[in-house]
Design a protein around this ligand. Structure first.
Ligand code: ADP
Ligand code: MG
Length: 248
């Protein structure tokens, strides 16, 4: 949780259209190494599309995204794969493979990519399961876990690829209220350990406490960005004030 360092993620003039409908209207954003950026905004404002562009799940219509020197830009599909290898993503639906144990779920992708091998792999994964407070669930199947526990496994699965940046798209929105806090605690721990994170969430308490920067999006644009104290306490834009006026 610090603002120092160089920009790890650079977004410049990002546009995204689906057919004739433009959903992102020119987004510029820098995320520095170790920074935690929380993205908030009304439903349909383009938050997921923005995150999916950063992860290379959607190709930009115009503009460019650079992560750790890997660049994705309009019309360059190949670059997206390189971009993706530095990025971990956690979605609202945690989508673990039901027929694999927790351990197998976590080891699947790194093994396929040759990123983790043998004993060292197991040690690393057990460390990560410790971090999310689930070392005792390594041999469990997803159906034996609560939603919050499954989401914490999904976080470990992403971390096992040693990403430089973690993206979260409403990671707690599908969870029972009593398991939300456990996931937020894990995300806060990651922030404290210096992980660079971009998080779409409606958890305003979490944003206030953990974010270095809050970004308010509406209508496919960044309307305002700044430290939580500004966005929550003294928003500069009328649309930001209107949004917070409704939800706080
Ligand atoms: P948010 O995550 O802020 O709710 P989204 O990024 O999901 O917003 O959606 C922004 C807009 O883009 C919405 O109007 C949505 O209907 C539209 N949209 C998102 N994905 C697609 C798609 N694959 N095809 C067409 N329209 C899409
Ligand atoms: Mg969304």
């Amino acid at each position: 949780m610090n603002g120092a360092g160089r920009a790890l993620v650079q977004v410049r003039g990002l546009y995204k259209a689906f057919g004739a409908v433009t959903v992102l209207h020119g987004i510029d954003l820098d995320v520095k190494e170790g920074e935690v950026v929380v993205i908030i905004g009304p439903s349909g404002s383009g938050k997921s599309t923005f995150i999916r562009c950063i992860n290379g799940l959607e190709a930009p219509t115009a503009g460019r995204i650079t992560v750790e020197g890997h660049m994705a830009e309009a019309g360059n599909r190949k670059a997206l794969d390189a971009l993706r290898s530095d990025i971990g993503m956690v979605f609202q639906d945690y989508t673990l493979f039901p027929h694999l144990t927790v351990l197998e779920n976590i080891l699947l992708a790194p093994r396929l990519r040759g990123r983790l091998k043998g004993e060292a792999a197991l040690r690393r994964v057990m460390e990560l399961l410790d971090l999310v407070r689930l070392p005792h669930k390594a041999q469990a199947y997803p159906a034996e876990l609560s939603g919050g526990q499954q989401q914490r496994v999904a976080i470990v699965r992403a971390l096992a690829m040693s990403p430089r940046v973690m993206l979260f798209d409403e990671p707690t929105s599908a969870l029972d209220p009593e398991t939300v806090a456990d996931v937020l605690v894990v995300m806060r721990d990651l922030a404290v350990r210096g992980m660079t994170m971009m998080i779409v969430t409606h958890e305003m308490g979490f944003a206030r406490e953990v974010a270095d920067k809050v970004v308010f999006m509406d209508g496919g644009k960044i309307i305002e960005e700044g430290p939580p104290a500004q966005l929550f306490g003294n928003p500069q834009q009328a649309r930001t004030r209107a949004f917070f006026g409704k939800i706080l």
